[in-house]
Design a protein around this ligand. Sequence first.
Ligand code: COI
Length: 355
Amino acid sequence: MNFQITHPKELKPLPSDESKLSFGKYFTDHMLKIDYLENNWTNGRIEPYGPLSLSPAALVLHYGQEIFEGMKAFRQVNDKDKLSLFRPDKNANRFNLSAERMCMPTIEEEVFVESIKAVIREDKRWIPYSEGTSLYIRPTMIATEEALGVHPSSEYLYYVILCSVGSYFPEGFNPTKIFVEDKFVRAAQGGTGEAKTGGNYAASLLPTKRANSEGYSQVLWLDAQDHSKIEEVGAMNQFFVIDNELYTAPLKGTVLRGVTRESVIQLAQDKGYKVNEEAITISEVIEASKTGALQEAFGAGTAASIAPVGELYYKGTSYIVNKNQVGKITQELYESLIGIQTGKIEDSYGWNIEI
Ligand code: COI
């Protein structure tokens, strides 16, 4: 697909201090759009970044027919003009799985990946240079048909926006405090937990706000059936290290198919660790904490990369993990992942795609 390009009259100033980028605040000069009309993706274009024009009756605004992805592009340490995208094929695949679940049209992997490369090429200057920074990419699809009857939209807008980012959490790569949520749930079997759709995040806001007000930065979600099995942490996949083995929830419909999750599993296995993708209960984790077998815990996701966990609060008791320090395996996996993404370590997996 060819993209018609319109540039803004004036380019925005870049953020003046890369150490203060935080997450999701500094949007670039351009955005990419493709319409879905009469059963076809059409009118691919790159325009100045700005507000969308949408009917107040657009279906997305009423019934939440929306999906998105989170991806990152990096400058390579040995040649800062060399730009790479991390495993975009995986995001294309997940975007289409989300589309199917939300009754939306899929988009060819090649169009998805090319659209992202095309808009990044226009906004290269926004990819920050400092360690711990990157360009965050947010491909999104929304239902735009003007209608109030509950039905799948006949029209959609796919768009890609970009922003310069630093650390997702204000804590940076330091252990976070986690509230184990035993009342609210994120996803149930048969629901939309595996889809990357806005409603899942909307449903997480109240429990997270309550956890924040108690001093915890994220919630750890348990399964909807009996509130015992570990699912995800905040907007990330959760990992535990117990007796030198890694544990993470299996992909059975309620947990996101994290690209970072998959990469971490591969890296850990290649370093010789056993990774168990099987249900583990909060009681087993607490028991492991009591006996000293629980060595480390961390979340894994695109935005936050790897986020160490320093404390779990469950039913009135705090359990400190690894003396509230970043664990050895967490550190090792973080360095390997970031090392590959930024070219510090050779990418023997072929995960980086040149832009
Ligand atoms: C990501 O890790 O990219 C996510 O999508 C999480 C996000 C909702 C900030």
